[in-house]
Ligand binder design. Structure first.
Ligand code: IMP
Length: 431
């Protein structure tokens, strides 16, 4: 089987969790390759409703190994809470593995993330405050801590005391915050090492074995292309690679093995945090769409910004991340609208743009909309393309034309089964 990557095609929160959860029923391994507890993957299944932040979405299937890859940054408190939620709901203890090279989100990373964003004034990014940026910054600065260091606590503790001393100076003198006590931090780390040390693995032989045995592997992306560190709307981005290319480095999977890249795209657009959002709605229509879609951040609870689907950004996302097909989610949220819109082009300074622009221009573009009739019928029970109303099919077709790739699944509700299988084969079955 090829490795399938499931990637966000917008600003994040596209519904990747539901799609991965569905594909994971046949997976031997689900790998998160980047990001940390800033993710918020909502999954509704027979056990209940879950919001996974750190855990891969294969945790509901006992057959799947769930790997937090080398490119991730791990929040052990969040992992602990999520494992607790699963247990409380009666889900069998998942098969979990954490790369020994994944970086550890330390308490001071979270503190510094919050202090920095809060003091940034007009330059605020609206991060999730989960310590993502500071942890990746320390990784690049070579003062981070890898999960594998849990296996040699005395060395970790000695180095931590030096690093924390430096961090506390920044916390106090730059941000006017309160320093973090070494002993409390060490206690936390000892508890993490005790609980999660047994899950820390060398991912290389695991991945090698999976590939040589032709196992079914899913790379679970986080956020979306617009929040990618390199190709997103910098600086309003996260600190990691959000698309399939990141799966190579972040999961340790040779890029040539990632032959199947599935983009996940909502039938409209949402974003949390700051930055350009060309198709954003304001006022009553925004309120209506937000309520209909339940658009509140899974990690922060913040009301999400909402708008029409941006076909220009989608086409760009498909191209730069080489998506072969799309899963369109939450089509049912548009069931009650008289008309629905998709941005088909951008204009800036009276000119049409040929290419998706960098942030400086993106913040000034005007979307050009294709307005189509709504369907005003519930799509919730549809399971085959023919069961969707004609206007809904026309809407999907418009998206396919803009994106240049087929839509192979259409989400029409939160539950695992609420999916219209379009005629195109499912990604895992594509050679
Ligand atoms: P960070 O990843 O917490 O550093 O936040 C950077 C940007 O990515 C901010 O605009 C966040 O709101 C956004 N972001 C982070 N995680 C998510 C997510 O799971 N969904 C949507 N946006 C996110």
């Amino acid at each position: 089987m090829p490795v399938t990557a499931v990637i966000g095609a917008q600003w994040g929160d596209e519904g990747k969790g539901k799609i991965v959860d569905r594909l994971a029923s046949r997976a031997d391994m689900v790998v998160r390759f980047g990001g940390g507890s800033n993710a918020g993957h909502t999954i509704v299944n027979e056990h209940g409703r879950f919001r996974l932040h750190s855990l891969p979405s294969g945790v509901f299937y006992p057959g799947a190994l769930n790997l937090l890859g080398t490119g991730t940054v791990v929040d052990f408190d969040s992992l602990n809470a999520e494992m607790g939620d699963l247990k409380a709901a009666g889900v069998a203890t998942p098969r979990l593995a954490i790369s020994n090279r994944a970086h550890v989100i330390m308490p001071y990373h979270k503190l510094m993330d919050r202090l920095k964003d809060a003091s940034a004034g007009v330059d605020r990014l609206g991060t999730t405050g989960q310590g993502i940026g500071p942890t990746y910054a320390d990784k690049a600065d070579r003062v981070g801590f890898q999960a594998g260091e849990f296996l040699n606590l005395p060395a970790l503790e000695a180095r931590l005391s030096r690093v924390l001393h430096m961090k506390n100076q920044i916390v106090e003198s730059v941000y006017g915050g309160e320093s973090i006590a070494l002993e409390t931090t060490l206690d936390r780390i000892r508890a993490w090492a005790k609980q999660f040390g047994p899950y820390v693995v060398d991912p290389v032989p695991i991945v090698r074995r999976a590939l040589s045995q032709d196992s079914t592997v899913i790379l679970e992306g986080q956020l979306g292309v617009m929040r990618d560190l390199d190709w997103g709307a910098y600086p309003f981005v996260t600190s990691s690679t959000t698309f399939a290319a990141g799966g190579g480095a972040g999961a340790g999977i040779p890029p040539s093995k990632i032959r199947d890249i599935l983009g996940v795209c909502k039938a409209y657009t949402t974003a949390v945090g700051e930055g350009p959002f060309p198709t954003e709605l304001q006022g009553a229509p925004a309120e209506r769409l937000r309520e209909a879609g339940g658009e509140y951040g899974a990690t922060t609870g913040r009301p999400r910004r909402v708008g029409w689907l941006d076909g220009v950004a989608l086409r760009y996302a498909v191209e730069v991340s080489a998506m072969a097909r799309l899963a369109l989610t939450k089509l049912d949220v548009l069931d009650d609208w008289d008309e629905v819109k998709v941005a088909v082009a951008y204009r800036v300074d009276g000119e049409s743009l040929e290419e998706f622009p960098g942030t400086a221009v993106l913040s000034r573009v005007e979307p050009v909309f294709n307005t189509m009739p709504g369907w005003r019928t519930s799509t919730a029970r549809a399971r085959r393309l023919e069961e969707l109303p004609g206007s809904a099919r026309a809407f999907v077709q418009c998206i396919e034309e803009l994106a240049g790739v087929p839509v192979s699944m259409i989400g029409v509700g939160a539950e695992r089964t609420a999916i219209v299988e379009a005629s195109h084969p499912e990604p895992a079955a594509v050679a």
